[in-house]
Design a binder for this molecule. Sequence first.
Ligand SMILES: [Zn+2]
Length: 211
Amino acid sequence: MLGANDGIVSTASLIVGVAASAAPQDQILIAGVAGLAAGAMAMAAGEYVSVSSQSDTEQADLARERAELETQPDFEREELAAIYIARGLDIALAREVARQLMAKDALGAHARDELGISEITAARPITAAFTSAATFTAGAAMPLLMVLVSPASMLVWTVSAASLVFLALLGAIGAQAGGANILRATARVTFWGAAAMALTAGIGALVGRAV
Ligand SMILES: [Zn+2]
């Protein structure tokens, strides 16, 4: 969702900025496509790096936990029991739960309840990279399509207006899904999107006059 927002705002701003410099439509389209590709690559690379380092941290934590389970199993059992006591079990039951879980899969129990790492939450760099590149591309495609269907003279306005509508829609869907205030979320994303496009259009117009 966030990737799609970025795709819309950055590509729409780029298109509006180039269009405001009075560039011809085919060059606007090239700039937009290049912006889409560059943005998707940047999102993928950034996400891959950040999730990889998160994954390294998880692997290091698991290795340390595995070593501790071998060298001090009694201490580790008490540690796990203490977590269940803190969650509301009484001492005897907590110790029994810790004992049974560790008999089945000691590392799994510690990973899940002590480190907060599970199959579902485990960091996956490649998946994360593809997902953010794909959502960025989906967002960037919207303003780019507007360049194709809009008359050249109207381009700045059609691209900005359509992009703000897309942003508002995404904001509303996101707020709905997350149970947040729809009006506030939509207004915020639309306002900052409009600010980004207006600023880039201003810069584009200035530079277009200068060169
Ligand atoms: Zn532990």
